[in-house]
Design a protein around this ligand. Structure first.
Ligand code: ADP
Ligand code: GLC
Length: 477
């Protein structure tokens, strides 16, 4: 099975969130199952300068006014890459998502190049049977396949986050190299505008999203306006959970942490906590449960609920570290909280991959209070690293954490803490449960071990994607 992934991010070169991690891990897991999965990404300078380019395998004199476009073949640690090398669109700072005027054209060009590869293949004769796009930047890819003529590969769209839809004025339609007949409800039209993600969800043969619960939510109340379309396509929609890449996220081998450990050597873990507390200017207090949050400061991540609880958390004897950036109000409020509680609350505003690894190895609790969370990776990394996730019951958080209750504690299945209402009060109650369990070291260790034992391997999800492709009837080419 020949599959071309198409995406705007790829760890470790370009990553703003979980999409980058998934794009690095999932194709490799599918290749391990025997599928010939490759990935097309823009030739951002950060990628071009880092990978081994093997040569040019395609050329288009122009795509959407961005000038000559070279399709380069490259390799990154065994993963075959196609790079869309179109300097007019992709050779500058601030990418991937700087909201400049050519944003829609840039990603339309990526989608166009993908459809081109699906139609004619590369110059070495490799042609994908499945084109698999991820998130709104690749939403027009199924439209270029549908309206482009020629052989039609199967198309699949995966929703990593439906809150970002790529909606633009209809006035740019001619710039996108789409024919006027594409502008219908069955095509790219979206409430009088053009909807990139909407087009992909309307036209792709199959749709997936990154957890079973989110797959249900987006058909009913959490689809940001696309509920009806998704309910209509529910037969073609699957929820497939993300996994954890154990070559990157593994406390037994992690080069970024102070002291490596595993289930059999838990006593080596606390050194990471002391190291982290020291680095962040926190008191080295072993009695204080350490709460950590790593992620984008976006209203959907629910960090305002944490802000409501900072004083409570400190008064109960806890410590808090926030690593993230985004909404300036939230950044300011967390900075103020740190000033109010020196030695107990620390804030790192920015993006730091190494610090994130250290945080998971140090934390007692990882907070993920999201209002919506398609899958979420930090609650998975928390469990792998022996931190207890404290999450809201939504999306992938509901599917990957077993909240502590009298019953789950008694039968040994609990892996973390879970609350329901998106309110500061409900989060506060979950924090109280965490403090109570922390006072019972044996009970805490049991929950910690259960999380560390959980299987978040990519092998199962990789097979589920291959199974999804197998449900698409052949196109007769
Ligand atoms: P999302 O994709 O919605 O941002 P996920 O939980 O799926 O959420 O993935 C977030 C990824 O980005 C994780 O790998 C997390 O460690 C990383 N991350 C987010 N913010 C930061 C940051 N400020 N510094 C380092 N890593 C971060
Ligand atoms: C998105 C979602 C996140 C998910 C990630 C990878 O950015 O917000 O929940 O884990 O994509 O699929």
């Amino acid at each position: 099975m020949r599959v071309l992934f198409v995406a705007s991010e790829l760890f470790p070169y370009v990553k703003t969130g979980g999409l980058g991690d998934v794009m690095a891990a999932l194709p490799r897991a599918m290749r391990a199952l025997g599928a010939d999965v490759r990935i097309l990404v823009p030739a951002y300078p950060a990628i071009l300068n880092a990978v081994l380019v093997q040569g040019e395998v395609g050329y288009l004199p122009d795509i959407m006014g961005g000038g000559p476009a070279h399709i380069l073949k490259a390799e990154a640690d065994g993963l075959p890459l196609y790079l869309l090398d179109q300097p007019g669109h992709f050779n500058r700072k601030g990418l991937p998502y700087d909201y400049s005027e050519d944003l829609p054209r840039r990603f339309a060009a990526l989608s166009f190049a993908a459809a081109h590869l699906g139609r004619v293949g590369d110059s070495e004769g490799w042609r994908p049977e499945v084109l698999h796009g991820h998130d709104w930047p690749t939403g027009l890819m199924p439209a270029y396949v549908a309206f482009g003529g020629g052989p039609r590969p199967a198309t699949v769209m995966t929703i990593h986050n439906i809150a970002f839809q790529g909606r633009f004025s209809r006035t740019i339609l001619p710039d996108l190299w789409l024919p006027p007949q594409a502008y219908t409800q069955e095509g790219v039209e979206y409430h009088g505008d053009i909807g990139f993600l909407k087009a992909g969800l309307r036209l792709a043969d199959r749709i997936s999203t990154v957890s079973p619960t989110y797959a249900k939510e987006i058909q009913h109340f959490g689809g940001h306006g696309l509920e009806g379309l998704l309910a209509h396509r529910s037969k073609d929609l699957r929820g497939i959970l993300n996994g954890v890449d154990k070559t990157i996220w593994n406390p037994a081998t992690d080069p970024h942490i102070q002291s490596r450990y595993d289930l059999r050597h838990p006593s080596r873990r606390p050194a990471n906590r002391t190291d982290f507390q020291r680095r962040l200017g926190l008191q080295e207090d072993p009695a204080a449960p350490l709460f950590v949050s790593v992620g984008r400061l976006d209203p959907l991540k629910g960090l305002d609920l944490v802000l409501d609880n900072v004083d409570h958390l400190v008064h109960r004897g806890g410590q808090l570290v926030l690593i993230g950036s985004g909404d300036p109000h939230a950044e300011g409020a967390f900075r103020q909280a740190a000033q109010r509680h020196p030695g107990r609350v620390a804030v790192f505003i920015g993006y730091d991959e190494v610090l994130a690894h250290r945080a998971f190895a140090a934390a007692d609790v990882v907070l993920v209070p999201s209002r919506q969370e398609p899958c979420g990776l930090t609650q998975l990394y928390a469990q792998v690293y022996g931190a207890l996730p404290l999450v809201r019951r939504t999306g992938g958080l509901a599917d990957t954490v077993v909240g502590a209750t009298a019953e789950t504690l008694a039968n040994g299945t609990a892996t973390g803490f879970m609350f329901d209402a998106a309110s500061g009060w409900a989060l506060g109650e979950a924090l109280n449960s965490a403090f109570d369990l922390f006072a019972d070291p044996a009970g805490w260790r049991q929950v910690q071990r259960q999380g560390m034992k959980a299987d978040f391997s990519w092998a199962g999800p990789a097979q589920a994607y291959l199974d999804l492709y197998a449900t698409i009837p052949p196109k007769g080419h």
